[in-house]
Design a protein around this ligand. Structure first.
Ligand code: IVH
Length: 664
């Protein structure tokens, strides 16, 4: 036994050393196969002697723990954010502020890349990784320890045995790993992540830690909370480095704003060559002594600032413009582009919105265009590059016919978009089904657009009601490509469960023009079942608060169509619930459910709106204030009720506070 223990210790030391060289320093010491061989040897020994497994064993990083939810964790010190600078002038102002506080004192700046990931706080107790917590709202974060333990560049054990040791940094996914994950997702017909940051967020928030383990998250650490040990940020980072944490190596000490600006430009110039995304630079006063003097606002430290890089713009060739049809028949024009690297991803498609957008900018096929990522997610074409070649290209003309069903496209009055108005257009139907099953509507998991297309092509479904007959074709479904037995039964199960949905989900899912989630909810709440809705007149609809004439007309037009009545009857014949279920008390909110409210004064919406909302949460609405009243919701010019409530010491809330209570 003692011999095995020594053997295990030796293996762990070697593997941790190799792991550190590989994952933290990026300088592998041995071939991957050699590492795997030893890891396997360790695994075998640990399987035989599980009592010898320790926290710092590299075998403990594979994940496997599945949580129900993430526990909330209160940060010992709030996790602040940074204020932003966009140009040199902002930096000079930042410096002026600091100068005011610590005039005559020598301070320097520490400039480092701003990693575009998710901030994390990691706590070690007596040298052992104890907790890893997301930023959350800054005060409370989520305990994501089991996922963070799978990050190979974060040591599970450190030589610093302080009873409390906290560091902060950024979890991210490399560009390479991001492309790999998306490639795999595409193969599996899954939704793609928009960028590495989203992919990292989606991974860090997985309840099953083996998913995080398989996705190779990484982390840079940039902030040491035990500040009393060192007098500068620079030295504290060196110390963290000596403990095997991954510290970014593009940082620099700068003497003044001029130097700071130069280094920011340097970081920007290498941005593209890095295998991780950065969205700016962070500038911090280097000397800890000055932190308290310079101080904080409630949200930011005044001794640091984030310099944000402008959105990246690239020029590439526009290969083609092609229209697509949405579920409402709306035509969207899309561009296919010569692939170009942009803000961390390879871009080869972009939206061009509608025909007017293209014509106004005189965008032409085969010409060069400037592309940027709007909000760093969806690529957008800004303009055409009007060079010599441009003049030789043919002007672009809008499509006349639907690309799917060839019917003539129409424009509605006062709308810029073109529409396919053929109700039998197959693309519209497929997109309509996609909308019907989406999460906000009937929430039927397992029906991706690809599967819907397949079911449609194979004549299993030709409208939303047919979804509920799919169970009759179970065996044929199993034989459809990529649909195994398990996924078919999961799907059929999800379809059955969706029958119990409350009316608003069904009503939204019908895809009536201008009926969004909120409108569907208001109508369902007011009229309770689908039969009542079918009896409504334009006036009755328009009389409802928040429903305007356009929405009212759209609903009226829809219910007048015979086919739609037929569709609803068909849905009913499948026993789909068509009533509103969100009545009293179905929603739970500890602050509201079973509490009594009095409403008074002028509010931004009619009193009935608040009454309905409160009733939904199972609150009681009372006319007069008494000792038993829990809350007085008071608007402007509140009179005697307010006085009485004040006298009785009833809790008085404003509309803003009320919105806060219900989480809006
Ligand atoms: S320092 C109190 N340094 O940017 C100062 N933050 O916009 C703590 N970030 O919430 C932050 N790279 O998530 C710092 N090198 C860096 C950073 C960095 C990325 C993130 C961090 C922060 C956000 C603020």
């Amino acid at each position: 036994m003692e011999k095995v223990k020594i053997e295990i210790e030796k293996l762990k030391i070697k593997l941790n050393e190799w792991g550190n060289a590989y994952y933290v320093l990026d300088k592998p010491l041995v071939e991957d196969s050699e590492y795997d061989r030893l890891l396997n040897k360790l695994k075998i020994l640990e399987d035989q002697f599980p009592e010898l497994i320790t926290e710092d064993s590299p075998t403990q990083r594979v994940g496997g723990k599945v949580l129900d939810k993430f526990e909330k964790y209160k940060h010992k010190t709030a996790m602040l954010s940074l204020s932003n600078a966009f140009n040199k002038e902002d930096l000079l102002n930042f410096n002026d502020q600091i100068h005011k506080e610590i005039e005559n004192l020598n301070y320097t700046f520490f400039v480092e890349p701003k990693i575009d990931g998710l901030s994390i706080s990691i706590i070690y107790k007596n040298g052992i990784l104890f907790k890893a917590v997301t930023r959350g709202d800054g005060v409370f974060g989520e305990d994501v320890t089991s996922n963070v333990k799978t990050i190979k560049s974060i040591p599970l054990i450190i030589p610093d045995k302080s009873d409390y040791f906290e560091i902060r940094g950024e979890v991210f996914l490399s560009k390479t790993e991001f492309e790999k994950i998306n490639y795999q997702r595409q193969e599996n017909d899954e939704n793609l992540f928009a960028n590495p940051r989203n992919a990292a967020a989606g991974t860090l928030r997985q309840l099953d830690s083996s998913i995080a383990a398989s996705r190779k998250l990484d982390a840079f650490l940039y902030y040491f909370m035990n500040r009393e040990l060192y007098d500068t940020h620079e030295k504290s980072l060196e110390y963290l480095k000596s403990l095997n944490f991954k510290i970014n190596n593009l940082s620099k000490i700068c003497k003044n704003i001029e130097d700071v600006y130069k280094h920011i430009q340097y970081i920007q110039s290498v941005r593209e060559n890095l295998d991780y995304e950065i969205d700016g630079a962070v500038i911090k006063v280097n000397e800890f002594d000055f932190y308290e003097k310079v101080g904080y606002t409630s949200k930011y430290p005044k001794w640091a600032i984030a310099f944000k890089f402008p959105a990246e713009i690239k020029i590439t060739k526009l290969l083609d413009i092609f229209p697509t049809v949405g579920r409402t028949g709306k035509i969207t024009y899309n561009a296919s582009l010569e692939p170009v690297q942009l803000a961390g991803t390879t871009v080869q498609a972009a939206t061009l919105h509608n025909a007017d957008f293209i014509i106004q900018r005189d965008i032409r096929v085969n010409g060069d265009v400037k592309v940027k990522k709007a909000g760093d997610i969806i690529p957008e074409i800004i303009e055409a590059v009007k060079n010599d070649r441009f003049k030789l290209l043919r002007k672009w003309k809008e499509s006349v016919y639907c690309p799917e069903c060839n019917s003539i496209l129409e424009r509605f009055e006062q709308e810029v978009d073109q529409y396919c108005i053929n109700s039998l257009c197959s693309r519209k139907i497929v997109r309509g089904i996609e909308h019907f099953v989406s999460r906000e509507a009937m929430n039927i998991e397992g029906l991706s657009i690809k599967i819907i297309e397949k079911l449609f092509e194979n004549n299993f479904i030709s409208n939303i009601a047919d979804i509920y007959s799919l169970k009759l074709h179970k065996n044929q479904l199993i034989n459809l490509e990529k649909m195994g037995e398990k996924s078919v039964s999961n799907l059929l199960n999800a379809i059955e469960i969706s029958k119990q949905n409350s009316l608003e989900k069904l009503f939204f899912g019908l895809g009536i023009r201008h009926v969004g989630k909120k409108t569907a909810k208001i109508i369902s709440l007011n009229f309770k079942n689908i039969d009542n809705i079918f009896k409504l007149s334009f006036e009755e609809l328009e009389n409802i608060y928040d429903i305007g004439p356009i929405v009212a007309k759209s609903i009226c037009d829809w219910i007048k169509i015979e086919e739609n009545k037929f569709l609803i009857n068909k849905l009913k014949s499948h026993n789909i619930n068509t009533t509103y279920l969100g009545q009293e008390g179905t929603k739970n909110n500890d602050k509201i459910t079973n509490k009594s409210f009095v409403i008074t004064g002028k509010l931004s919406k009619p009193r009935n709106y608040f009454k309905d909302l409160l009733e939904e949460y199972g609150a009681k609405i009372i006319d007069t204030v008494s000792k038993k009243t829990d809350f007085l919701l008071a608007g402007e010019e509140a009179g005697s009720k307010l006085d009485k409530a004040q006298k009785l010491g009833i809790k008085i809330i404003t509309e803003i506070e009320f919105n806060g209570m219900i989480g809006e």
